[in-house]
Design a protein around this ligand. Sequence first.
Ligand code: OAD
Length: 257
Amino acid sequence: MQADSLPEALVELLAAARAVAVLTGSGVSAESGIPTFRDALTGHWARFDPYELATPQAFGRDPARVTEWYDQRRLACLQCRPNAGHAALTEIEGHVEGRGGRFLLVTQNVDGLHQRAGSRRIVELHGSLHDWRCSGCAASMTLADEPLSPYPPRCRACGQPVRPGVVWFGEMLPRDAFAAAESMVQQADLLLVVGTSGLVHPAAGLVDLAMDSGCACCQINLEPTPYTSCMRWCLQGAAGTILPSLVRKTWGDSSPA
Ligand code: OAD
């Protein structure tokens, strides 16, 4: 998408908004080489059964298989680099905060690429591949760039299997992270919804909450989602192209303060 085809009203709002929230999904990391979940053929859930890998029951049944799958994802993420979409979100944070505004990046992603791109105001609704804890005593495990094999890794303190610090289906989201996200979208003037199918709740419900609170919402996604029809703006395309165009059109080539 060329910068000149971006809606003027969106650019004006982004330039002036007192509070900007962003909700990202795996689509923002796709251009870094990290699979999404539901894209046909390439998505994790197109190739694996989530109920065999992403539930507490799956971990209980086969902790070795589950921990190996997550550890392979963790190591793969370490080989990937943030893309231009991640960098653009870091710039937006800098510009908004540089003018005294409030910014919060709410991500469903567990890959850590937003942090590596320099985003600071961030909450991870679904945890992180880079935080592992004991399933027994909850002790944190120190990670290296090496595989955690033999699987499942065992807690040095109590010997129980160590699990990835991601939220599995059927588990509660981190309370503080979700509360911060709810509070922000209720106060935001603009919510950018980037690279998510909008199918997984309660994360997707943040869009409903934002809209009910009068926040203008803009979807940036490769394909339509259930929220497409109720968005103020829908920019269909790659996040790594659209987000940098949006930053250029809003702030030119000036770097954040
Ligand atoms: P999905 O795979 O459901 O959706 C990814 C969305 O990103 C799709 O709508 C794609 O069209 C879009 N997309 C792909 N590449 C893109 C690109 N380069 N630019 C912009 N959009 C692109 O993944 P999520 O919505 O993130 O939860 O899934 C939400 C949650 O479901 C995940 O956090 C995970 C999963 O089960 C847990 O693990 C708890």
